[in-house]
Design a protein around this ligand. Structure first.
Ligand SMILES: N[C@@H](CCC(=O)N[C@@H](CS)C(=O)NCC(=O)O)C(=O)O
Length: 168
């Protein structure tokens, strides 16, 4: 059966993983296209024309030709169009958005940086690695504290289709 979505990324990319995970949890089959970033494929005109930042992930919605970038914005788009994980009230929706912004500000950034330094993808002095590690640990503590006694960051995890003009 033809799939609606095509995800372009690399396997060790957290943002790519986030989008693939959301598609999987939503039960949406998708095609995955590996981008050879070592060879600079992400900076080639063909990719840049569809992903203005020259990064991964890139998600193509073949049902309407949209090219989507920035993982948090993609998650919101998927939630809007698939009607899943969007929260059942405006407050839940706002809280989910808050966590998405917070994620890239406080959680993902230091953890991804520490990981690329440890993997040797990025060079940095030891104090930078230490700083990133501390930042990541502090953010994980915030997550742990919020999740104490609950299974979901927002809401109770019950199916909560949203109704927007974008929902299909
Ligand atoms: N804020 C972006 C970050 C994407 C990102 O940092 N992607 C990395 C791979 S994990 C990338 O493409 N790096 C290459 C570059 O920035 O030139 C998102 O959430 O999609």
């Amino acid at each position: 059966m033809p799939t609606r979505f095509e995800l372009h990324g690399i396997t060790f990319s957290g943002p790519t993983y986030k989008v693939g995970l959301m598609l999987s949890l939503a039960g949406e089959a998708f095609d995955y296209v590996h981008l050879d970033m070592m060879a600079g494929a992400h900076k080639q005109p063909a990719h840049m024309a569809r992903q203005r930042y020259g990064q991964v992930p890139l998600l193509i919605d073949k049902s309407n030709g949209r090219h989507l970038c920035q993982s948090a914005a993609i998650l919101e788009y998927l939630s809007d169009t698939l009607g899943k994980f969007g929260g059942s009230t405006l407050d839940e929706r706002l809280q989910a958005r808050e966590w998405l912004y917070w994620d890239f500000d406080r959680l993902a950034a230091p953890i991804y940086r520490a990981r690329t330094i440890k993997l040797g993808i990025r060079q940095a002095p030891p104090e930078v690695l230490e700083d990133c590690t501390k930042g990541g640990q502090a953010a994980l503590k915030v997550l742990d504290a919020h999740l104490a006694g609950r299974d979901w960051l927002v809401g109770e995890g019950s199916p909560s289709p949203i109704s927007t003009s974008m929902a299909s």
